[in-house]
Ligand binder design. Structure first.
Ligand code: NAG
Ligand code: NAG
Ligand code: NAG
Ligand code: NAG
Ligand code: NAG
Ligand code: NAG
Length: 278
């Protein structure tokens, strides 16, 4: 009886893999994206008619950052097979023109092509920007490894942790599920620059700021949620123009252990005032 059962199970798996958005497909697509950015060749990666934004402004992909070859020092991706979406972070330390780029790519499930790409492209002058710092602190943290299946949080739990972080900016009574220790890379600054590993990410925030336009990528295996948002400008200028922002959360046991942020400003310091971190 065993061989037929095994055969049926394999057939079922094969059928699933071809009709759904597989991890292998997303991994390959992210590798193509990184190669396209390295070579500055968009045609190999995406149609010129794709929905493409940089810092929440629509751009023709053939004339955006992706058309410019960049020497990428570190590329990290996480994958969401439910949304058929990926998050990729690129660090370019080239002193002449450094960047930290956060990209959210959504693919069409049926034909497996990228349909939407949103990139936050940060550079000198943006919030706490320091590409050298970004890569230094990431190397210190090391890889956010795969979480063993028995310890994995549900998709809903992982996403709720990230949402609580942003909800707290509006309603400071919202409890953020911090891990016993939490560290945040913000633009390139780090909350745990001594590497003690006992830090907190819990900074006082003024409240009353609704963080909107949330777009998610959830990778359960890595306990990761990426949330792209429009961050309200706390100086009251251009209230219609939220700050394009990416927050990447590593959640362990339902609690936030690490945060990486990438923000693009319209004005120096993003027009943020008050006691916001760092
Ligand atoms: C892009 O869209 C334009 C206008 O709809 C169309 O004429 C053109 O063929 C499209 N190009 C590609 C590569 O799909
Ligand atoms: C983007 O630019 C390319 C090259 O100039 C052009 O072929 C394409 O139609 C443009 N797409 C849109 C949506 O304007
Ligand atoms: C894939 O499907 C999407 C959504 O239906 C469509 O916009 C896109 O043009 C398709 N791409 C290809 C290459 O067929
Ligand atoms: C950026 O980070 C690097 C590495 O931590 C540090 O040596 C450098 O002083 C930082 N630059 C600024 C402008 O803070
Ligand atoms: C913002 O917080 C207030 C309580 O301070 C709450 O009543 C309101 O629903 C919140 N708004 C959003 C959009 O979450
Ligand atoms: C973290 O550990 C260092 C070194 O032991 C200590 O000086 C520091 O006060 C600790 N910080 C917190 C927030 O506990």
């Amino acid at each position: 009886m065993k061989p037929p059962t095994l055969t049926l199970a394999l057939l079922a798996l094969t059928g699933t893999a071809s009709s759904e958005c597989s991890h292998a497909f997303l991994t390959n697509a992210a590798a193509l994206y990184v190669a396209a950015q390295r070579d500055g060749q968009t045609a190999s990666y995406a149609s010129a008619n794709i929905t493409y934004t940089e810092n929440d402004v629509p751009v023709n992909i053939t004339s955006g950052i992706l058309a410019r070859p960049l020497k990428i020092d570190r590329a990290t991706s996480y994958h969401d097979t439910t949304l058929c979406a990926s998050f990729t972070e690129l660090i370019i330390t080239d002193p002449a023109s450094p960047f930290v780029i956060a990209t959210r790519t959504v693919h069409d499930q049926s034909n497996k092509t990228a349909t939407t790409i949103h990139s936050i492209v940060s550079k000198p002058g943006d919030w706490a920007f320091n590409a050298t710092g970004y890569i230094r602190w990431e190397n210190l943290e090391g890889e956010w490894g795969i979480i063993s299946p028995s310890k994995r949080d549900s998709r809903a739990t992982i996403q709720a942790a990230g949402d609580a972080y942003f909800d707290h900016f509006n309603d400071t009574t919202v409890k953020v599920p911090w891990a016993a220790a939490c560290a945040r890379i913000e633009g390139g600054a780090y909350t745990d620059s001594h590497g003690y590993g006992n830090n907190t990410c819990d900074s006082a925030v003024p409240g009353g700021n609704v963080v909107r336009n949330r777009r998610y990528v959830v990778d359960e295996a890595h306990g990761v949620v990426s949330i792209f948002v429009g961050f309200p400008r706390l100086d009251g200028t251009a209230p219609d123009k939220a700050v394009p922002d990416s927050h990447l959360f590593r959640v362990e046991g339902g609690r936030i252990r690490y945060v990486h942020t990438v923000s693009a400003c319209f004005t120096a310091g993003c027009g943020w005032v008050g006691d916001l971190p760092p």
